[in-house]
Design a protein around this ligand. Structure first.
Ligand SMILES: Nc1nc2c(c(=O)[nH]1)N[C@H]1C(S)=C(S)[C@@H](COP(=O)(O)OP(=O)(O)OC[C@H]3O[C@@H](n4cnc5c(=O)[nH]c(N)nc54)[C@H](O)[C@@H]3O)O[C@H]1N2
Ligand SMILES: Nc1nc2c(c(=O)[nH]1)N[C@H]1C(S)=C(S)[C@@H](COP(=O)(O)OP(=O)(O)OC[C@H]3O[C@@H](n4cnc5c(=O)[nH]c(N)nc54)[C@H](O)[C@@H]3O)O[C@H]1N2
Ligand code: SF4
Ligand SMILES: [Mo]
Length: 790
């Protein structure tokens, strides 16, 4: 079925097997090799995988997990999912002009995301002209001129939106934000707005900098590691190697997750005999199956016990923090009935975990999307900070705060100024370096961009990577909003759904990826990236590019900039394109911590950016201290007959790119439209395991019913009252206005849903019509414009 990628897959082939306890092992290696050879062949597989994550090689395009120091890297310094990401990009398949001639945009819209991605690398710049049904080839010069003309014809630069996905290099990100600001807008939404934005906001307020305060060495030397809202076995697999080392050094691990994810339970490291033929390493010493969204209550309960036991670092509290007394007072008043009902955990389970915190002199707190994508996410992350402060777990070896970032360079992109709310000091530095005054008002983030498009305030969208319409919430609203634009432009490696939701004029600009050799006028180039521990280093693509018509991201952005701005402000775009060193020179003068960038980034292993709390317990907050923040316990209320749905990743996808249909650890093979529900909830709602259902959401502010159809119920071990299903099939259910307080991150992990037998509620759901097509259910529906969204 899947070997013949000309055909789409059939959800009827779905098979449900057993949930697995151990992650990785030799199966992981076998899958990695199979996918690599299938897509790249032997030579490209060898050329790429041997260079992956090596000091002189290229950075893994998948997640942002750090690499060991150069002297400590293995020959195979990657995981199964890193290899899959490389195979997807290094593939020998091509989406060439014949492909785009063969299928109309309407036909392509019927295909699944899996099928679209499997068509391979895009080889030529393509355009859809007004009224056309197909994409056709276009010259680069004409494409740049067309985009320049469209941008110059806007009434205001505020009508343009410049989105970034976190795979772009530092060099590309820097020229991109420079271009947007030289044009006159801060409309620089990025995938971070949907990801760790809650983290950035909370950490900024609590410790004065929005990044992790730990290095890999701290993970190795922690006494206790708390893994909260994260599935490392799938999404940061080499983290398991670091956790294994920490355990060897005596660390304990607590996993806080509604699901018993395989990597949290056991890890079979294929690089050790124990992992190949032995039992592997048990990762979590304690698993707390917290109810979805119960974390804030849980953390406050921990705080209350630590205060009660006086398990506190009074020197740290006195010397470095503000607000302790108010916080202690607040957590002393924790209502255990509320805690138990919000967390679904017993007081005994919570106390056991708190005892582990009490005993540890060095704790690392890790978290990811299970924490950031809730309404109370920012408060929850500040609560993690409170706990760290209470025991002095910041700015010392083996301890600290570790948000684990997603996209491989999402953190670097922010450092380079991809931020709709860049600090004034950054804008001042741009002004000083380039001699123009960049706009000072905040731009649109992702959710506000969608509102602007929907309301006719934006007319132009440029995406530097990513798959905006699939990644964003409220798929029908986002799709409708995007189709209203005059011009949509995507700088992409492979076809995706966003290319099919076209403005009147639409362009696809194919780019070199991380694995491709990049040669410019001055010779071969490298780029730089930053991982989740603030470590910045160089990356050099090893593979022959898939087509001679591709340009690098830097070349595309500078080409657009020249065609749009001419020589406005005297910015030398050509010099930056010809030699990326010239970009890095600007970076060294504009971006804090990047002085001597060229020299530092060329060192094997690169360098680590300054982080005042980590380096010297200095806190650049308003008070100059680490801030204890008191938050009321807010928990999403789920009405009877409903479930709280979290949307997550399978083991066989990278965000919206579906690699295949094997969510091996959860026992799901051959399909993706499943909803995981507790056995007793299945019965209580009047269903049987295996029933087909449609999912519905209502959102207070508007009457529109959101639906996602045709999901199979799968009985699963998760807390009562919660449910889980894959992203992006369920994004249609997430209301645009349902976002986290302060960060505006969509609440992808707490969607209140009801279930109905498939096909039975059509009449009450005006937006469900038409035939069902895998992966594109929304494309057949014309949802009425929501009336009450603001
Ligand atoms: N192979 C692969 N790697 C990836 C990605 C990918 O798609 N594929 N995506 C990358 C990106 S951009 C990101 S941001 C990261 C994402 O990495 P993760 O954050 O690990 O991704 P999710 O699959 O969203 O998983 C969230 C986890 O949180 C748990 N969870 C959900 N709700 C709650 C809750 O209320 N409380 C708690 N405590 N836990 C909860 C879920 O059960 C799940 O285990 O991975 C990056 N790496
Ligand atoms: N329901 C739900 N929705 C979510 C989430 C969730 O947990 N649940 N998670 C959110 C999160 S954490 C994130 S980060 C976003 C992700 O949102 P995005 O970053 O927008 O999405 P991706 O799927 O990572 O983007 C994939 C596309 O990027 C392009 N691409 C790949 N490599 C390159 C490259 O090197 N250069 C360029 N220019 N293009 C490239 C390819 O064409 C590919 O189709 O989704 C968010 N959406
Ligand atoms: S852990 Fe992440 S960065 Fe490392 S090889 Fe795996 S996917 Fe790539
Ligand atoms: Mo992400």
């Amino acid at each position: 079925m899947l070997d013949d990628y000309r055909n789409d897959y059939d959800e009827n082939d779905l098979e449900i097997g057993d949930h697995k306890e151990a992650a990785a092992g030799v199966t992981g290696v076998a899958v990695a090799m199979k996918r690599s050879l299938e897509q790249m062949g032997l030579v490209r597989t060898a050329e790429s995988l041997l260079e992956l994550n090596q000091a002189e090689g290229f950075d893994c395009p998948s997640c942002a997990w750090p690499d060991p120091d150069p002297g400590h890297r293995k020959i195979a310094e990657f995981c199964e999912n890193g290899a899959k990401a490389v195979a997807e990009e290094g593939t020998r398949r091509r989406a060439d002009p014949e492909f785009f001639a063969k299928y109309s945009i309407a036909e392509l819209s019927q295909r699944s995301e899996l099928w679209l991605g499997k068509q391979g690398r895009i080889t030529h710049p393509m355009v859809k002209r007004p009224g056309a049904t197909h994409y056709t080839p276009i010259d680069w010069d004409e494409a740049f001129a067309l985009i320049g003309e469209k941008l110059r014809s806007l009434d205001s630069p505020e009508e343009a939106i410049f989105y970034t996905s976190g795979r772009a290099s530092n060099e590309a990100a820097f020229v991109y934000q420079l271009f947007a600001r030289a044009l006159g807008t801060n409309n620089l939404p990025d995938c971070s707005n949907m990801c760790h934005e809650s983290t950035s906001i909370a950490l900024q307020e609590s410790i004065g900098i929005g990044k992790a305060s730990v290095t890999l060495d701290d993970v190795h030397h922690a006494e206790l590691i708390v893994l909260q809202g994260q599935n490392p076995g799938t999404n940061h697999p080499r983290m398991l190697t670091a956790l294994e080392e920490a355990k060897r050094n005596g660390a304990k691990i607590i996993a806080i997750n509604p699901l018993r994810e395989a990597g949290l339970v056991n890890f079979r490291n294929p690089q050790t005999p124990r992992g190949v033929i032995g039992k592997g390493t048990d990762i979590a010493d304690l698993h707390l199956p917290v109810a979805v969204n119960g974390d804030l209550a849980l953390l406050q309960a921990f705080g209350s016990l630590l205060v009660e036991w006086d398990a506190l670092d009074h020197d740290f509290i006195r010397g470095y923090t503000r607000g302790f007394e108010e916080w202690a007072e607040h957590v002393r008043g924790v209502d255990w009935d509320v805690v138990v009902s919000a967390t679904g955990l017993s007081r005994q389970q919570i106390t056991e975990a708190a005892q582990m915190l009490r005993r540890s002199k060095a704790t690392v707190f890790c978290w990811a999307m299970g924490i950031t994508q809730h309404r109370n996410a920012v408060a929850t992350i500040k609560e993690i900070c409170n706990l760290a402060f209470a025991q002095g777990n910041i700015g010392k070896r083996g301890a600290g705060l570790m948000p684990v970032r997603g996209h491989s360079n999402v953190q670097g992109d922010r450092t380079m100024g991809i931020w709709e709310r860049a600090p004034q000091s950054f804008l001042d530095a741009i002004q000083k370096e380039f001699g123009f005054d960049p706009p000072r008002e905040y731009g649109y983030d992702t959710v506000d961009s969608i509102r602007a498009m929907r309301d006719g305030k934006a007319r132009f969208f440029l995406g530097l990577g990513g798959n905006f319409v699939q990644a964003a919430p409220d798929t029908a609203v986002t799709t409708e909003a995007m189709s209203r634009l005059d011009t949509t432009v995507h700088i992409s490696t492979k076809p995706n759904r966003s290319h099919l939701v076209c403005g009147e004029t639409a362009l696809i600009l194919p780019t070199l990826g991380r694995t491709d050799k990049d040669v410019q006028a001055s010779g071969p180039q490298f780029v730089s990236v930053e991982d989740t521990t603030c470590s910045v280093h160089a990356s050099r693509g090893p593979l022959k590019p898939p087509s001679k018509h591709l340009k690098s991201e830097v070349a595309i952005i500078t080409g657009i900039a020249e065609a749009t701005l001419g020589d406005r402000y005297g910015i030398d775009w050509t010099a930056m394109r010809d030699d990326y060193k010239n970009i890095r020179e600007h970076i060294s003068r504009v971006v804090p911590g990047c002085e001597s960038y060229e020299v530092n980034v060329r060192r094997p292993g690169g360098f680590i950016l300054p982080h005042p709390p980590r380096d010297s317990r200095t806190f650049q907050t308003e008070s100059g201290k680490a801030e204890f923040v008191v938050s009321p316990v807010e928990v999403v209320q789920v009405p009877p007959g409903h479930l709280l749905l979290q949307t997550l990743r399978s083991h066989d996808q990278f965000n919206t790119t579906v690699y295949g249909l094997s969510d091996r650890y959860r026992g799901i093979e051959g399909g993706r439209r499943v909803v995981f529900v507790h056995r007793e909830d299945i019965a209580a709602l009047g269903f049987d395991n295996g029933d087909m259902v449609d999912l519905f959401t209502r959102w207070d502010g508007d009457e529109r019913v959101r639906c996602a159809e045709q999901f199979r119920i799968v009985e699963y071990d998760l807390p009562r009252g919660s449910a889980a299903a894959y992203y992006p099939e369920t994004n249609a259910l997430v209301p645009l206005d349902s976002t986290a307080l302060q960060s505006n991150c969509p609440t992808y992990k707490s969607v209140v849903v009801s279930l109905a037998p498939a096909g039975t509620r059509d009449s009450s759901c005006p937006d469900v019509h038409g035939t069902q097509t895998v992966g594109s259910d929304w494309s057949h529906k014309t949802c009425p414009q929501p009336e009450h969204l603001s």
